[in-house]
Design a binder for this molecule. Structure first.
Ligand code: HAM
Length: 420
């Protein structure tokens, strides 16, 4: 017996109604903002993530699925979507079409993490990247878009957190302040944080270890260390959020797990999800394209985790559209009825109905049982008698009523019933 790998899942049956709802809502809302879909490869050169996500991040240090292909190249299953989209932007010279460029994507990403509810090793992200605008207008647009997606999904119990981690000019000062603050406490921190103190000190602020948490509250606040330009950018974003009625909470300790962020960072958390409660995360990354070899181009974006949004929909008991059922089952009484059954099924499918015919050569009793199991609305029964007289028997499975009618009637009546 071979089982699926830890941290992965098989998606099927009723569960998929949540996925379709999220994917369709995402496509609908991003279309309204004129984002264009982009599909990049599932694997990329490992260097893309070393340079893009950052060598000192947990993602690169601990979580990548990296392998060598038969040609000796180091490849990595993508652990996130932003660096690949920027790689594609540079490689395909999208900049020649002018700025801004707005992309959306949905697809699987891979991280070697300890699996638990809402934390998978293969999970799905939906996301957008807005390339080219340095202004807080762009930060506002992607945040507005993220909120629109959640509202269109009929979710309510979420909260937006806004932070600002400064830029390459002011962040060193903030880092210094953090160092001064943490230095005397160093031997009380967890092993990872003692290491991160030297390599990636911002991450001390979101360590989940109980040893480290008590020190986070009093740590210096990012907002107090912003340079004038970052402060202006921050104030402008806050003005838009306030004026345009978006609720948020400021978080001067909000840091993210990827190194490419500059200035605005944000997360949307859902109150029902426990420790893995971030359903959407994003921010501005003005240095990434240059880091990857392109011309310096400021950009901003976000990604959401579909598995977590599914959990949020379930926890909030949101009514999601049902999966469609079979609408017409065509039962055959004998072999002679097969050809007319095929023809009728094609006609009805041509009119947009969901139709099944007998594929198991079952007797009529078992065909009716099967039709019941399918939850189909109508069964059309075709036998010799029916063929001779040019009529079919139609059974409405809801009322149990059975009538004899001709083919035109079936098409018109049933099609109208479903359209109505
Ligand atoms: P991220 O915060 O690493 O950001 O991931 C985005 C979202 O993916 C999270 O908010 C969460 O909902 C989901 N997620 C992350 N890890 C897991 C996991 N192990 N299992 C299930 N869901 C998970 C990024 O990936 C950035 N690329 C976002 C971005 C786009 N920033 C700018 N543009």
């Amino acid at each position: 017996m071979i089982n699926r790998p830890k941290g992965t899942t098989d998606l099927f049956g009723e569960e998929l109604k949540y996925w379709y709802f999220i994917e369709e809502t995402f496509k609908k809302v991003t279309k309204l903002y004129n984002y264009r879909e982009i599909r990049t490869p599932i694997f990329e050169a490992t260097d893309l993530f070393l340079r893009g996500v950052g060598e000192e991040t947990d993602i690169v240090q601990k979580q990548m699925y990296t392998f060598e292909d038969k040609g000796g190249r180091s490849l990595t299953l993508r652990p996130e979507g932003t660096a690949p989209v920027m790689r594609a932007y540079i490689e395909n010279s999208f900049m020649k079409d002018g700025l801004p460029q707005k992309f959306s994507y949905i697809g699987p990403v891979f991280r070697y993490e300890k699996p638990q509810a809402g934390r998978m090793r293969q999970f799905y992200q939906f996301g957008v990247e807005l390339i080219g605008s340095p202004y807080a207008l762009a930060d506002f647009e992607v945040i507005r878009l993220a909120i629109d997606i959640l509202n269109t999904l009929n979710l309510h119990n979420y909260k937006l957190y806004i932070g600002n981690i400064g830029c390459k000019n002011c962040r060193p000062k903030y880092r210094e302040a953090l160092k001064d603050y943490y230095q005397p406490k160093l031997n009380q921190l967890c092993f990872d944080c003692q290491k991160r103190f030297n390599t990636n000190i911002l991450r001390l602020l979101d360590c989940k270890n109980e040893k480290c948490k008590p020190f986070q509250k009093e740590a210096p606040n990012t907002f107090d260390y912003l340079c004038d330009d970052c402060r202006k950018h921050f104030d402008e974003l806050i003005l838009y959020l306030d004026e345009l009625d978006i609720n948020y909470e400021l978080d001067g300790h909000l840091v993210r797990g990827l190194d490419y962020y500059t200035r605005t960072v944000f997360e949307i958390k859902h109150s029902s999800l426990g420790t893995q409660d971030t359903i959407i995360g994003g921010g501005r990354y003005d240095g990434l394209i240059e880091e990857l070899g392109g011309k310096s181009t400021p950009s901003v974006g976000f990604a959401g985790g579909i598995e977590r949004v599914v959990l949020a929909l379930k926890n909030e008991n949101v009514n999601v559209p049902k999966l469609p059922n079979c609408q017409v089952y065509i039962a055959v009484l004998n072999e002679k009825a097969r050809m007319p059954a095929f023809k009728l099924s094609q006609n009805l499918r041509g009119r947009g109905l969901i139709v099944e015919i007998d594929l198991m050569k079952r007797n009529i009793r078992n065909q009716m049982k099967y039709a019941n199991r399918l939850n189909t609305q109508y069964v059309v029964i075709i036998g010799e008698d029916e063929i001779e007289r040019g009529v079919f028997t139609v059974r409405d499975m809801e009322t149990g009523q059975q009538i004899e009618v001709d083919e035109k009637w079936i098409e018109n009546y049933i099609v109208e019933k479903f359209e109505g």
